[in-house]
Design a protein around this ligand. Structure first.
Ligand SMILES: [Ca+2]
Length: 253
């Protein structure tokens, strides 16, 4: 009996410690939880890794990878390529719901990310096979911002205010809807996603194709790899890409 009581007591003690940590991890008198990595950064976390977020439109929450070290941290990663282990040549439903592993290659999913994209900025980190790095940053980024039903509307891209070292390869996609191999929303007579083996906010067709095939550097085919044309042209498939979002400074708490 004594042993049992001691066990219960120690567990109660542990529970209280846990509760204390939980409350302090998400400091808020209203009990609100982090909507994204920026909120988690503001609560004091400084390590890259997996965290749970609870955007208002998905209160049950889900896991994301947070970049807490690049350019002030607080970035929620929405796309990563790094080794070709995940097939990115997928259809509309996959790109809506997301796929891959949060710790590795993945696409977070537009249904998870679109509603908190108002007043967000986008950073795109790139690396080639000579280990050179570059980045492109956009002060305005949104998907389906002005859509009553973003999925029906094709998740149109809002993008503006470029800065960085990789050059801009996304502004020409401003206003374009997302196209996958099974849903053609582009301005080409073909399906750009099928033609360039990707899924993107294609126009007719692209200056960037970060969901293209993992072709490992120079390739003889045209524009169907992981391309960022202003940095490495249309026949060089990048080794590493990461797209990440963060509230713009005016919106930062
Ligand atoms: Ca078309």
């Amino acid at each position: 009996v004594t042993l049992l009581n001691a066990s219960v007591a120690s567990h109660w003690w542990l529970l209280n410690i846990f509760f204390f940590l939980f409350i302090n991890f998400f400091p808020s008198s209203s009990g609100s939880r982090p909507r994204d990595c920026s909120d988690i950064y503001a609560s004091g976390q400084r390590e890259d890794g997996i965290y749970s977020v609870f955007p208002t439109h998905l209160p049950t929450g889900f896991q994301v990878y947070c970049d807490m070290t690049t350019d002030g941290g607080g970035w929620t990663v929405i796309q990563r390529r790094e080794d070709g282990s995940v097939n990115f040549f997928r259809g509309w439903d996959s790109y809506r719901e997301g796929f891959g592993k949060i710790t590795g290659e993945h696409w977070l999913g537009k249904s998870k990310s679109h509603e908190y994209l108002a007043n967000y900025e986008l950073r795109v980190d790139l690396e080639d096979f000579e280990n050179s790095t570059a980045f492109a940053q956009y002060g305005t980024f949104g998907v389906g911002l002005f859509s009553v039903n973003p999925d029906d509307d094709g998740y149109p891209l809002t993008i503006a205010d470029y800065s960085g070292t990789a050059g801009d390869s996304l502004l020409k996609h401003n206003g374009m809807k997302f196209t996958t191999k099974d849903q053609d929303n582009d301005h080409s007579e073909n399906n750009c996603a099928s033609f360039y083996h990707g899924a993107w906010w294609y126009r007719n067709c692209h200056t960037s194709n970060l969901n293209g095939q993992y072709l490992r550097g120079q390739h003889t085919s045209y524009a169907d790899g992981i391309e960022w044309s202003s940095w490495t042209g249309w026949q060089y498939s990048l080794k590493f890409t990461e797209m990440k979002i963060r509230p713009t400074r005016e919106e930062n708490k």
